[in-house]
Design a binder for this molecule. Structure first.
Ligand code: FE2
Length: 256
């Protein structure tokens, strides 16, 4: 199998076209003509991934987060993307890197839908749209639950102990309507203010905590990748099944 054939299989599971327009998905390093000698799935490109592929003679990595790049100004005054750090190292070693990122968040049964399943959200609507019917966020009703019990549920469902809430969260007696967005979702907060009781997502910066307080929205922040791992684990199983091989999924447990 070459990289182009692998991308075809990936596209069947996670259509890359539905990612956000400015997102870096698909083959970011390497060539479609290269043969695939082994596959590792990594949540992020980090040194430990490099060690693993060296040890196991793997030449193709599928990452969830895009391979790191930086924007530089070329001599014609245009901004172009350049590989940096580990990305550059992998290119020099002739490793192929295919990234899924928001294509995997938005797809049916992807990262967002997996959170819907985990929290048993009903009457689901999509927000943070990338295309007409696709988006990274989900909002809907849940069985009524107290603010204290909901945090216990988050801890259990997402296998994380890192939970942070805003000041307003303590005032909520019963949560009926929940919004979720895997990864970093606060730039879409305007779409759910006055719509949800609570918004659960990964990274939240301070100013959004204040904004949510002022708008009577509860915020629950967990470790960033804890919101993405459940959906990615499903992707790993589906891909392994499609290709009839065993595939390892590497993520940094410190950040779960
Ligand atoms: Fe993320």
């Amino acid at each position: 199998m070459n990289v182009a054939e692998l991308i075809k299989v990936i596209n069947k599971i996670t259509p890359l076209d539905f990612a956000f327009d400015d997102d870096k998905v698909g083959l970011l390093i390497g060539s479609e003509e290269n043969d695939v000698s082994g596959i590792l799935i990594a949540h992020d490109l980090e040194n430990a991934v490099l060690e693993q592929i060296d040890k196991e003679n793997i030449n193709t990595v599928i990452t969830y987060h895009p391979a790191p790049m930086k924007e530089v100004l070329n001599d014609r005054g245009e901004y172009i993307e350049e590989l940096v750090g580990l990305s550059l190292e992998l290119e020099n070693k002739d490793i192929n890197v295919i990234s899924l990122h928001t294509a995997q968040d938005v797809r049916i049964n992807g990262n967002a839908d997996t959170l819907v399943e985990l929290f048993n959200i009903k009457d689901v609507e999509v927000f943070a749209n990338t295309h007409e019917d696709f988006g990274a966020g989900r909002i809907g009703t849940i069985d009524p639950i107290s603010n204290i019990d909901f945090l216990k549920l988050v801890e259990k469902n997402l296998n994380t102990k890192i939970i942070r809430t805003n000041a307003y969260y303590d005032n909520i007696e019963v949560i009926n309507k929940l919004a979720i967005l895997p990864g970093s979702g606060t730039q879409f907060i305007d779409e759910i203010i006055n719509e949800a009781d609570v918004f659960l997502t990964g990274d939240i910066s301070h100013r959004y905590f204040l904004l949510a307080d002022d708008n009577n929205l509860g915020l629950v922040q967990v470790n960033h990748i804890s919101t993405e791992i459940p959906g990615m684990s499903k992707f790993v199983d589906i891909l392994a099944n499609e290709l009839n091989i065993k595939v390892k999924y590497f993520y940094n447990k410190n950040y779960e």
